[in-house]
Design a protein. Sequence first.
Length: 358
Amino acid sequence: MIEKLIRSEIRSFIPYNANQQPYKIKLDANESPFNLPLKVREKLSAFILENPQLNLYPDTDSIQLRQALAEHWDADEQGIIAGTGSDQLIQLISNVFVGTGDKVIYPVPSFGMYRDSCVIAGGVPVQYLLNPNKKFEYSKETIIEGYEKEQPKIIYICNPNNPTGNIMSREDIMEVARHCRNSVIVVDEAYAEFCDVTVIPYVKEYENLLVLRTFSKAYGLAGIRCGYSISCRKLADAINLARPPYNISSLSQYTAQLVLSEKEEIRENIAYLIAQRERMKGELAGIKGIEVYNSYANFILVKADNCSEVYKRLCEKGIFVRAFGHASLLAGCMRISVGTYEQNTIFLDELSTICYNN
Ligand SMILES: *Cc1c(COP(=O)(O)O)cnc(C)c1O
């Protein structure tokens, strides 16, 4: 009975399947391998011991956090929205702009939420392809053609792209923004700390441009579920119409703000992971049967001979990476998050053992 009650377009959804098995090394979700900075943990425990007022609802507008972010980015705090992960902001954007039959264009292969949130809102998702024969490069022409043809409410660009790791240049993104004036352009910069390419400065000039950022990756706070958007005030006001009250817990607001003030340690962590990424790219390229895609993020996409067997054997060793469906453009590919030197070394050793006995 329940099955029949589910909206038909949602019935075919596959529940999000995170690997919850015990593991030795977890390189499957692009999380940071670093613990919270000690200073932050100390301040957080002092906050909890004092009186965190958890009996009260949190600040519904995350004012202090948004002020700290506005200062960090030299942006207008009225144009910043904090979300329960940037995932929530993707949902809100769909809910505000996409009605029955409205179109959304989004890259493939990329992050699955762009499509799902559109379908849940009742819209029509239209993919634009990143060319697998050209290292999954973005093409501004393809996006502009999609815009002309579909007249979408929303255009997504994931930069750097998850899971392929490549980037679209700032110039190309801005050319899309200049051309596609009648759509909301969402640039998802979940991994931008690892490449320093951002279009945040342009939200002042382009009222249809919105940038998504998150504390889940470079800032090492996937556990608190906090992300944010930066746009002009008008666009933020529109999205806020659908935002549930009290959407960020007070502990999350406080923790995010604390981490934002530990700029030096975060910077060091990012530099460390970038160095490890470059090391891994080099070493992976030397392993038999592995083809490496360039990456500007904290993960690396590889194509592996006999991928499902390699993936299975890594799992048996307690090493988790992300594999993809057989039918997709990513058939035979795995995405490996960059970990600590020690984790990466163990992973590389196991992978080469598997590949040379394959
Ligand atoms: C991880 C990720 C996010 C966001 O995650 P939250 O934890 O919800 O902030 C957004 N976009 C992409 C492409 C991601 O990979």
